[in-house]
Design a protein around this ligand. Structure first.
Ligand SMILES: N[C@@H](CCC(=O)N[C@@H](CS)C(=O)NCC(=O)O)C(=O)O
Length: 316
């Protein structure tokens, strides 16, 4: 069977001259003390895929801020359906049921939040932050969700740590912006490109940015902050893409000018992050690898999952 456009799922929602254009997130509420979405323990629930780099940001942040006892989590199956939707499958190791509603698919959760969702032709993405109090989705944009977790931690939940110190906020936002199109989204633009020009442009700007980051990280531990820097949201937003790079993106998305292991400072950065308490446990290698090679049949017709690579950050 020849892969069709539908098999690319909602990933292919929009193409412009062969260029992959990511859809925008629908739910953009904010947790704020005294606001509609107030600060409260055990009120919010996170739906993630362990395969997804955007969702991985939220899981890492929850761990680093010590929010585990305040914020519950469910995990979808690593297999993304052909239409780009996600299902719950507790039979799969590392995946769970929907413990809040007992839905069998993430679409059921989006439908609960928005009347008519099922008829809207839209497909829900992970991560999703659910509010038990208002029975709705607060937000489904990873970058905003992790900032809200900081609010929770600053408001007496978790360990009180901040991953976005006020004095670094501007730099953090600038760094996240600088890496978003070229790197985080750049790997997808490379892999889903439908013209040689679109692919060439995406891969070129991806590696230009990785080259810059390699230089930036010389003598530093983290992306932002004085001297060696401090671990912030900027690092959390970059890491999930880098940790998937050699495992998946080099082959599956043809991001193959270099590997992360060929960049000493980027590789050291990945290892430094993995070595933070609790972070290795957030890296589910099977979910990551199997998800991409199995789910995107439009670019991997026979769903063959490569055996390698032998070396990578995760082998340490
Ligand atoms: N902008 C979103 C992107 C989320 C996203 O695209 N998630 C992917 C998984 S890696 C997804 O759920 N895709 C399903 C689809 O688009 O159908 C964020 O950062 O939270």
């Amino acid at each position: 069977m020849t892969p069709t456009d539908e098999q690319a799922g909602a990933w292919t929602e929009s193409f412009d001259s062969g260029k992959f254009v990511r859809k925008s997130s629908e739910f953009r509420g904010t947790i704020q003390p005294g606001g509609t979405f107030d600060v409260e323990s055990d009120r919010y629930h996170l739906y993630v895929s362990h395969a997804c780099p955007w969702a991985h940001r939220t899981i890492i942040t929850r761990t680093l801020l010590g929010l585990e006892d305040h914020l519950s989590v469910d995990v979808v199956d690593w297999r993304m359906n052909q239409d780009g939707s996600w299902s719950f499958n507790p039979e799969e190791e590392g995946a769970t049921v929907d413990s809040v509603h007992g839905e069998t698919s993430l679409e059921g959760i989006y439908n609960r939040a928005l009347d008519g969702w099922n008829e809207s032709q839209r497909i829900g993405t992970v991560p999703v932050l659910w509010d038990r109090h208002h029975s709705t989705i607060v937000n489904n944009e990873s970058r905003e969700i992790i900032r809200m977790f900081d609010t929770l931690a600053q408001s007496g939940l978790g360990n009180g740590r901040t991953l976005c110190p006020e004095e670094l906020k501007e730099q953090i936002d600038a760094m996240i912006d600088a890496n978003y199109e070229s790197v985080n989204n750049g790997v997808y633009k490379s892999g889903f490109a439908r013209t040689q020009e679109a692919y060439d442009a995406a891969v070129t700007s991806l590696f230009e940015r990785l080259d810059e980051l390699e230089i930036h990280l010389e003598g530093r531990d983290w992306l932002v902050g004085e001297e060696k820097g401090v671990l912030t949201e900027a690092d959390i937003c970059l890491f999930p893409t880098l940790v998937r790079f050699d495992l998946v993106y080099v082959v599956h998305f043809k991001c193959n000018l270099r590997r992360i292991i060929d960049y000493p400072n980027l590789q050291a950065f990945v290892e430094r992050m993995i070595d933070q308490p609790g972070i290795r446990e957030t890296c589910h290698w099977h979910h990551i690898k199997a998800h991409y090679f199995w789910s995107h049949q439009n670019i991997n017709t026979f769903r063959i999952i490569p055996l390698g690579p032998l070396e990578g950050a995760h082998t340490r």
